[in-house]
Design a protein around this ligand. Structure first.
Ligand SMILES: O=C(O)c1ccc[n+]([C@@H]2O[C@H](COP(=O)([O-])O)[C@@H](O)[C@H]2O)c1
Ligand SMILES: Cc1cc2nc[nH]c2cc1C
Length: 338
């Protein structure tokens, strides 16, 4: 059962005492892997994925039966600074599209056999423009965290979190810059497709926003309050809830990874139950994945968000797990093991 979140310090303490991978299950999965009818290591990364998944699911012979995809949507005051190629009303319009089954994620979640949930977070009340003040107050941060925390189905066995939010690559870039330093330009990309002048303006916005808040940011949760959008905060809440429930997570693109980075910069090892589904085309995603120590499963140049790359990667993880749990051992199949 998931505890009810009381306040931010409660969340911090839950993160720091989160369950670890089950070492017994990990050993059992490793042992089974060594007996399967293939040359040692021939399934390469698929073998490591299945063992990792079994460790978190606490079994040496895991199955994936009930994946869940949750998409959070939020609106961003920083759009007033002209940081996106699209207008903010597209966020609510796309929520309608998700609800009617017309978006890419609807197709990809269905293909992966995943349940899809959509949560629109106060779309009529954008966060404050973070170049003017903190994006959220503490109550707003808590509410969005709680929305994510409460969205995870305890009966699911794999989680993908996705997002929709015009302007959110600016917020994600600011979070990465605040958490990992460097220059604003290192973390700022074209998002939905701003031109060169747009990119320059967006980089200025990221630089100014981070300069305004840096002294107030001690950890990832401070960063989320100052610079985050509600959908980014909610993704962090859902990823943390999945950890409490021992549900492995596949991370999506740049914005999802910025949310995840806020957890990693709040408690060591907070992303041990996560793998990177893909590397998106957003400029800084590769650098962010490197900071997280995550190797993406796919690199298709996607830059859609919505959890789409991670939903596609469910199929890779399913492939790993069906081989691991369904293959015969050398002894069972009567194959000589060399
Ligand atoms: O997932 C990514 O890496 C990604 C890269 C570029 C754009 N997006 C999507 O595009 C939207 C944000 O782009 P922008 O230009 O409005 O900041 C948001 O809805 C994201 O889902 C997503
Ligand atoms: C149309 C559209 C669809 C999206 N899905 C995720 N982000 C998006 C941004 C736009 C602009």
């Amino acid at each position: 059962m998931l505890p009810v979140l009381t306040d931010l310090d409660h969340f911090r303490s839950l993160l720091s005492q989160a369950p670890a991978v089950d070492l017994g299950a990990l050993a059992a999965a490793e042992q089974r892997n060594g007996q399967l009818t293939k040359p040692p290591g021939a399934l390469a990364r698929l073998e490591q994925l299945a063992i990792w998944y079994g460790g978190w699911r606490q079994t040496g012979r895991p199955v994936i039966e009930s994946p869940q995809v949750v998409i959070f949507a939020g609106n961003h005051g920083v759009c007033e600074q002209g940081v996106s190629a699209f207008p903010p009303e597209v966020t609510a319009q796309m929520v309608g599209n998700f609800e009617h089954g017309g978006a890419a994620i609807n197709q990809l979640a269905a293909l992966a056999g995943a349940r899809l949930d959509v949560q629109a977070l106060c779309l009529d009340h954008p966060t404050k423009d973070f170049t003017q003040g903190a994006a959220l107050d503490e109550a707003g941060l808590m509410a969005a965290l709680q929305a994510g925390w409460g969205s995870v189905d305890p009966a699911s066995d794999l989680l993908v979190v996705g997002e929709m939010g015009i302007g959110n690559t600016t917020s994600a870039a600011a979070l990465a810059h605040a958490l990992f330093g460097g220059e604003a330009a290192d973390w700022t990309g074209r998002g939905t497709g701003v031109d060169d002048a747009g990119l320059e303006n967006k980089t200025r916005v990221v630089r100014e926003g981070v300069a305004l808040h840096q002294s107030a940011i001690q950890d990832g949760l401070d960063a989320l309050r100052c610079l985050g959008g509600r959908e980014i905060v909610a993704m962090a809440g859902a990823i943390a809830a999945a950890r409490m429930l021992r549900i492995p997570v596949i991370l999506d693109g740049f914005i999802c990874c910025a949310a995840a980075a806020c957890l990693a910069q709040t408690a060591d090892g907070a992303l041990d139950h996560c793998i990177a589904g893909h590397q998106s085309a957003e400029n800084a995603h590769a650098a962010l994945l490197a900071k997280l120590g995550k190797e993406p499963l796919l690199s298709l140049g996607l830059r859609l968000g919505e959890g789409s790359g991670a939903a596609l990667a469910i199929q890779i993880l399913k492939g790993a797990v069906v081989c691991h749990s369904g293959m015969a051992t050398f002894a069972e199949a009567g194959v000589s093991d060399g």
